[in-house]
Structures are given as C-alpha cells and as structure tokens.
Ligand binder design. Structure first.
Ligand code: EPU
Length: 430
C-alpha cells in the first residue's frame, strides 16, 4: 500500500487545473461499446478507474489508443461478445454500465456485481427495473447480473425511478439508445455527468433529450456512428481543491471548471467565510480570516453532493462553533470521522448525522484513506494540520484524482508519494 507524506501549515497559492469528470468518463467509456466506428474522447481523466475500464474494453476486443494522456481513440466495431473479466469488473462500481452497454450491443449481458467504495448497501434494483421496462429479463445468479433482451430486441418503455439514482439513470439511457421506440425515464437524476453522457451519445447519433431535468426521453436509433467528444470538467475534483483552499487558507485560481456546476459548493464556502469569485471557466477561492460554522445536508444535484461531504467536514472541523452534516444519500459515509478525530478533530457521529465541534488546529499523524473522497479529506486535513501527516491506502484516492501530487505541489503544498515497494527495498542498515 502506498502512502502520501504531507507537511502541513503552508497556505495554498497559484493555480490548479481541473481534469475531466470521472463519473462521466466511467459511463462514456462503456457506452462506446454501442458505437460502430471510432470515438475520439478528449479530456479523459488519467485515473485508475479509467485505466481499468480501458483494460476491460480491450479484453473484449476494443481497439483503444492513447493520443496523449487524456485523449483516447476507442473503436468497438469488432468487439467480441465475451464476458468481461470478473476480477477487473469487481474492482469498480462503474462496471455496472457494462450491463446496459452489452445488453444494447449484444442483446444480453452477464456482468459480475460491481465493487466500489463501501457506503453500506448499494443495490442496483432501479437499474434492473429500467432494463425490465425495456423488455429485458434480468436474473441475479451467484454474484452475476444476467440480462436478456427479447428475441426481437429491446423496445422503448417508461420507467419511474423509486429513488433518484445517477447510475440507474445513465444505465437505462445506455440500454435505451438502440432500442426500438421511445423510452421515458421519470424521476431521473440531474447531475452534470448525466447531461455529459447524453451529449456524448447524441454526438454519436443518439436522440436523447431532457438530460439535466427529471424527465429524460430517449428515442431509439438503428445505430451509432463514430465521432469526437470532450468530457466536462470534474465537479467533485474542482470542489475538493476549492475546499482545500478554504480549509488550509490561501488564494488559488481553480481553472477549467463550469462555475454553474459549483454553485452549491461556492455558496457553502462563502457562508463559511471564504471569498469565492467566479469567471467564465475558473473560480478563485481566497481565505484568510476564521472559518464560520455551517450545516450541510447531502442531496442529489443541484443539492450539496455526498461526494463533497468528507472534504467539507475538514473545514467544519476547523470552523468556530458546532456544524452538522446530515448524510441523506448513503447509509454510512462517516468512516473518515474517526481518522479526523485522531488528528485532533472533535466529531461525534449519530447514525446519519455528524456533529462537528470546531477546534483551533489539527495535528499531523498517520491516517487511512477509507475510500476515495475520505482519502481526499485526509489530504486536505494533512495540508491544514501542524506537522507531518502520513495518509495510507492512497490507491483509493488515485481511483479518482488525476495527478494529485503535482496539482497540490503546484499550489505550494508539501506532499510526496512513498511507494511501499521502494520503501521495502531500502536496506535495513546502511
Ligand atoms: N439506489 C438504490 N437502488 C439502485 C440504485 C441506487 O436504492 O438501483 C440508492 C443507493 O443505495 C443510494 C442512492 O440510491 O442510496 C443513490 O445512489 P446512486 O445510484 O445515485 O449512486 P451510484 O450510481 O452508485 C454514483 C457515483 C458516486 C456518487 C453517487 C451519488 C459513479 C460511478 N458513482 O454512484 O460517486 O456518490 O452517484 O451522486 O458515478 C464517488 O465518485 O466518490 C462516488 C462514490
């Protein structure tokens, strides 16, 4: 397991450039299975979740070449109707998009139940409800999802989601683009990556409308053709660096963002005492004075994202007064609080609420990244703390943050990566 070693206490300054959105990329790559021809996809984040999906698609016969670290040509014209590697599929949550993509492409799918961060039960019943609305038969057998289209193929249908689900909304869209007739998704999720997937599919010839509202219409087409597409900037990566500046202090221009996507986070940081200035495609965050307490309730977009909850908790841990976080998307997403408490924070978790009493400072120590965003919170806490923090299990962080070491160093933060293998190879006594 690799580690980050952080020396805290230096205000952040300069600029940081945001990469393409992880949660858009991990849907768009599997969706390329539906396309006859080459998709050129730009602004693909260079993160381990994307590398795994590239490996899965290559295993199926996709021709994938990197034009540079962030631009991919994917040609799935001659993919084989074979099962994706279970071992790879289980390592990422987003592998559930292979169900919609394989079902649309081959008329059947058999995919291992997805992995991903552990926030309690993460069912996929709404995905299944959607595929069934398209006429598919779906079984869960020994850890696999098996889905079969009827003999004459999937046909459009109407699905009313019982919970607002990002994954189900995107998976049903993917399954529906080549179905005969029109599909309606009601109570659809509205996250920016849903609009991005719709835009990608439309750029390849699909007919998706209403993405970004709770009513999405997909008119089935016979085939998708190749084309070019550039992925939107990552809302959560941008939010993470904005929160880092607020927690640590300093003045940073966060570049390559869509400020509208950041509204909820910008508003919360202003409420807590940071100065946030929006430009066309950048946001400046400045914080010199004390942070004020605030409350957050996580909500589907455009509400405060659950994926920003651990990071904002670090600001709250250092704010004056008592702050509350109510997690309303997942059963458990407060595992990181025990780690922050080891650094001197004062957080009590009562089922789905964290009660955070602000302290004057955090103290560096050894902590774990318990999941992707929890790991990002540990990095922010380390940058804000006095002394040295060692963050372990950073593989979680690297699933979703491109080049985090260079980006933080570029803002003047002191952080370095230690590879355990290199560490072990150092002779014991020299
Ligand atoms: N849910 C169901 N049934 C379903 C699907 C979801 O009950 O069939 C519930 C979930 O248990 C949860 C809620 O609905 O309580 C929302 O889950 P959603 O389906 O929206 O989440 P997801 O698709 O599994 C994606 C992101 C997560 C992000 C959530 C919420 C990807 C690959 N993952 O997960 O991202 O937290 O949406 O915005 O897109 C992250 O990036 O760190 C991350 C965890």
């Amino acid at each position: 397991m690799n580690k980050y070693v952080i020396q805290g206490g230096t205000p952040l300054s300069g600029t940081v450039t945001i990469s393409g959105a992880k949660n858009a990329a991990v849907a768009i790559l599997p969706a390329a299975l539906l396309v006859n021809g080459t998709c050129r996809i730009e602004n693909v984040p260079n993160i381990s979740d994307v590398c795994l999906l590239v490996e899965i698609l290559r295993d199926m016969g996709a021709k994938i070449s990197y034009l540079n670290a962030n631009t991919l040509d994917i040609d799935c014209t001659h993919v084989r109707d074979v099962e994706s590697s279970d071992e790879l599929v289980r390592r990422i949550r987003a592998s559930y998009y292979l169900i919609g993509a394989q079902l649309g492409r081959f008329g059947h799918a058999r995919v291992a139940l997805p992995g991903g961060c552990n926030f309690g039960a993460r069912p996929i019943d709404q995905h299944i409800k959607g595929f069934e609305a398209l006429g598919a038969t779906v079984d869960l057998n020994n850890g696999f999802v098996c889905a079969y289209a009827p003999e004459n193929g999937l046909r459009g249908g109407r699905v009313n989601l019982d919970v607002v689900s990002v994954g189900a909304t995107m998976n049903i869209m993917i399954g529906a683009v080549l179905a005969e007739g029109t599909t309606i998704i009601e109570n659809a999720a509205k996250e920016p990556h849903i609009v991005d997937l719709a835009n990608f599919l439309n750029a390849m010839g699909a007919k998706v409308s209403g993405a970004g509202t709770d009513h999405i219409k997909v008119r089935g087409v016979r085939a998708l053709r190749g084309g070019s597409y550039s992925i939107i900037p990552d809302q959560i990566e941008a939010g993470t660096y904005m929160v880092a500046v607020a927690a640590v202090g300093g003045n940073v221009l966060v570049r390559n963002v869509i400020p509208k996507h950041m509204d909820c986070i910008s508003a919360k940081l202003r409420e807590m005492g940071a100065k946030v200035t929006e430009y066309d495609d950048a946001i400046r965050v400045q914080r010199t004075g004390l942070l004020r307490r605030a409350n957050v309730k996580t909500m589907p977009y455009p509400g405060f994202p659950t994926d920003m909850q651990p990071q904002i908790a670090v600001c709250m841990a250092l704010a004056s007064g008592v702050s509350f976080i109510r997690e309303s998307i997942y059963d458990t997403r407060f595992g990181y609080c025990a780690e922050l408490n080891r650094m001197g924070a004062s957080i009590k978790v009562e089922t789905k609420t964290a009660v955070i009493s602000g302290v004057a400072k955090l103290q560096g120590c050894a902590v774990r990244a318990c999941d992707l965003r929890a790991g990002a919170a540990m990095v922010i806490a380390g940058l804000a703390a006095e002394g040295e923090t060692v963050v372990e299990d950073v593989e979680y962080i690297e699933r979703g943050y491109e080049d985090i070491i260079h980006k933080i160093s570029g803002m003047g933060g002191s952080i370095r990566r230690m590879e355990t293998a290199a560490e072990l190879s150092i002779p014991a006594a020299v």
